[in-house]
Design a binder for this molecule. Sequence first.
Ligand SMILES: *Cc1c(COP(=O)(O)O)cnc(C)c1O
Length: 454
Amino acid sequence: MGSNEQQFEQARQLIPGGVNSPVRAFGSVGGTPRFFVSANGPYITDVEGREYVDLVASWGPALLGHAHPDVVAAVQDAAARGLSFGASTPGETELAELIHSRVSDSRQPFGGAQSAVHPVEKVRLVSTGTEATMTAIRLARGFTGRDLLVKFAGHYHGHSDSLLAEAGSGVATLALPGSAGITAATAAQTLVLPYNDVDAVRAAFAEHGDHIAAIIVEAASANMGVVPPAPGFNRELSRITREHGALLILDEVLTGFRSGPAGWWGLEASGQVPDGTGWVPDLMTFGKVVGGGMPLAALGGRADVMDYLAPVGPVYQAGTLSGNPLAVAAGIATLRAADAAVYERLSTVADQVASATSAALAAEGVAHSVQRAGTLFSFAFSANAPHNYADVKAQEAFRYPPFFHAMLDAGVNLPPSVFEAWFVTSAHDDAAVTRILDALPAAARAAAAATGPE
Ligand SMILES: *Cc1c(COP(=O)(O)O)cnc(C)c1O
């Protein structure tokens, strides 16, 4: 099969940059991206036969670890019955019901919401997180009859046109202001505000309140590294949108069913986050975990808003492969298997890896901040915790590439960008965690030895 180097060389002949999604190219860390051939539990193996402990987890979906037997069996069973019908299947309703009950039913064993209002009364399945947020925005515009959208700098909601202004994830990694190819007219419909700044939101609504269709916000931001919302921030967004007749779209594509059993909102609604109770978003978007590693995402929300979607309402949205039976089977199997013990394990592993990494960096005198949101975490190379995109960009990001490569050389696969969260799985057992911890001292030394751009 050749080496990673040969694979990358060949890929670059035919695929722009050799990758089908930009962050994979190692642009901000340098070196040769690994080409993987298989993954199991917490481990992933490249074309050269090297095994790594994986802390990317497909950027979140592999909540249970790779190739979980229940999920693989469900997909194999579904495949044997036909790959796609372009018509309705019973599994779609079952998955919609799982999403609905997890997020909104306070009688859930996980104790999600305390609210009498169900934030996810209806659900539509789509294929990617990008489609889910794009549809949610179109729906908000159709429902309110307004054009403007508010988003926050450093937040990533997928790559649809309205949402690439000052976005996180790959846009942040490549240090782009946005993307070429987006019309000035589209860009002008998106107001980009600093995150965690309620005054900026109030000011924007004071000026444009009658024209704002929606605020879209990551439930807890994790695409500029992890930056949790300030206590009460999401609730305040809910209050302001309500006051002005706009909608609040809570993007849980990354946090949904990962930061907790009912997503980040579930943590707030059940009082596990300070000042979190007493509010409900109008629309929510899900992806990543909800598809269990297959291309599946969803949007859900208030019934009156969701019923604006075709064929009931005037807002069009469709997909040849929407609700694909294999993807639905993977989603159902994943959510069914993700019980309280799974979240307990995720939490334990996140605690262990986060505190050991912090200790290793501290031992080498590297200024850093541990950024946490539920089971999600990352590190910023700055003494003070960043609260927004400007803070995040001001860190000593040059310390990450040597840290990343030292970990990779020691057999630990981290996200190839300082602007991404680290992802643990419930399959990370003590042996896998030990391998991570053993790799940390040398990586911390490499970070300490790094010299700045000047
Ligand atoms: C990953 C992500 C998306 C986009 O999902 P895709 O499936 O990559 O299109 C949207 N919002 C958030 C918060 C994400 O993390």
